[in-house]
Design a protein around this ligand. Sequence first.
Ligand SMILES: [Zn+2]
Length: 144
Amino acid sequence: MSHKCEGAVITCEDFRLHQRMDGRNYIADFIKKQNIDCDLITRGGGIQDLVRPKEQGYRNCLLRDSDVSAKLHKCSVIYLVNHQDCGAYSGMNFTDKESELEQHIRDLKEAGDIVMDNFSEVEVKTYFAYLKEGSEDEFEIKEV
Ligand SMILES: [Zn+2]
């Protein structure tokens, strides 16, 4: 048995994006804003395993989760949401916020192409969760 779902979100597992003790939940708020039901696929580094998997199996695993959303749940749109200050990107030693953002945007575009190559029937939208100025855990998610 399968249930139809309209969308899927692929994002980082970072706790700061999800249900917090104080009630904040940036990804839940993001999904509500899209006004559709969504599968939620979380992975350390968000879409990084699509573009730069440490092992090939990591990419396949993320594609397999996406396949459940696209084929079984018939999702028509997949949202890719990476975020600032992501631990999975810390090895890149960004010197400033601009180079960090550029890397994420490049990765999101490349990941979008990979998703569309694999699931031609879905639309892909790319987003980035920006940290609010001076904060380490307050995000604002914008399309990029
Ligand atoms: Zn992260």
